[in-house]
Design a protein around this ligand. Structure first.
Ligand code: SF4
Length: 337
């Protein structure tokens, strides 16, 4: 299982999986942050973004992720002030320029984006920017791996870990996972050759009966990671239970704001913390994110679900597995039908 949506796209785009022997199957994991954001967080975002006093800032991918009846682009079309930004610090700048408005940043992502979001909150606190807050949906990779490995339906025998997450966090926290579940984990980059080498290292471990953490992406990743970034994450965020699309609630699998920064929590500021919502029953993305199905096995793929009219987040995001198959493999459906 490759853990990163960027790796999934490289695999599908360059046909890496089609080069492998039939005995080796690549399955696509929960490594796209947009895809694993649960629908109830989307509903909370929609509710906050529709408020007249709010400027709602987000990375572009989130704008087309469907909630129960609409997405953030629809809220924007209906008059909501929804803006695409390229960094949470840009959202902080908007807050400083608009002191009479409430500026909310949709803080979605894995450990990779946590340092930048932590920095935005840290600076907001230091500079007393009271009209800035985060809608936090941060998730952590190792607890998701454990949830997959401990499921009775699991069929994953080795992981390609995400090189950019490990650039920040290092890979010491993967070592107990490899030992406990007897599963090889190879920290891997994103180019086709990186992925081929990561697969080779993983298979070599399986053939030799080893279950270790190895680092294919050594040009970027050190075992201990980026300590300064980790310190900043720990200062601003604490580890909390988090709900994942497809995987349900996983204990200690996400980040929430530390009590010291609780004033910057948009969920409490706008009173949406208790909202719940169910996923579309037609979308099997939960099963895809656990490696149990592939996008072409979804009955809705390319028919009622397309990038223009997505039913699930995995068809929207630039890192989503369904979007990758739609872009590079959708002809296989018509060829096979
Ligand atoms: S093709 Fe669409 S409906 Fe099917 S799993 Fe992917 S996102 Fe969900």
């Amino acid at each position: 299982m490759e853990l990163c949506g960027g790796q999934t796209h490289a695999i599908v785009r360059f046909g890496v999986d089609e080069l492998l022997p039939a005995s080796l199957t690549l399955v696509h994991g929960p490594g796209c942050p947009v895809c694993v954001t649960p629908i109830e967080l989307i509903e909370k975002a929609l509710e906050i973004a529709a408020r007249p006093e709010v400027i709602f800032c987000s990375f572009g991918d989130m704008l087309r992720v469907p909630g129960r009846s609409k997405d953030l682009l629809t809220v924007k079309a209906e008059g909501g002030d929804v803006r695409i930004v390229y960094s949470p610090v840009d959202a902080l700048a908007i807050a400083k320029e608009n002191p009479a408005r409430e500026v909310v940043f949709f803080a979605v992502g894995f450990e990779t984006t946590a340092p930048a979001n932590a920095m935005a909150v840290y600076q907001a606190a230091q500079q007393h920017v009271a009209n800035f807050s985060l809608l936090v949906s941060h998730v952590l990779v190792p607890p998701a791996m454990e949830a997959i490995l401990s499921s009775p339906a699991n069929r994953v025998q080795g992981f390609l870990a995400a090189g950019h997450v490990c650039t920040v966090m290092g890979y010491t926290e993967y070592e107990p996972v490899a030992r406990r579940y007897r599963v090889p984990i190879v920290v891997t980059g994103f180019e086709p050759l990186d992925i081929l080498q990561g697969i080779y290292m993983c298979v070599l471990q399986l053939e030799e009966g080893r279950a270790e953490v190895e680092n294919q992406y050594s040009r970027s990743v050190r075992r201990e990671g980026n300590r300064r970034a980790q310190d900043l994450i720990r200062e601003v965020f604490k580890v909390v239970p988090r709900k994942w699309r497809g995987l349900g609630e996983i204990p200690q699998s996400g980040l929430g704001l530390q009590p010291r920064f609780a004033d910057f929590d948009a969920e409490t500021r706008f009173g949406v913390a208790d909202r719940t919502a169910d996923e579309s029953p037609d979308c099997i993305s939960g099963s895809i994110l656990r490696g149990l199905n592939k996008p072409l096995e979804c009955p809705a793929f390319g028919i009622s679900c397309t990038p223009e009219h997505p039913l699930g987040a995995t068809m929207v995001s630039s890192e989503g597995a369904c979007a990758a198959y739609y872009r590079y493999r959708r002809n296989e459906i018509s060829a096979g039908s």
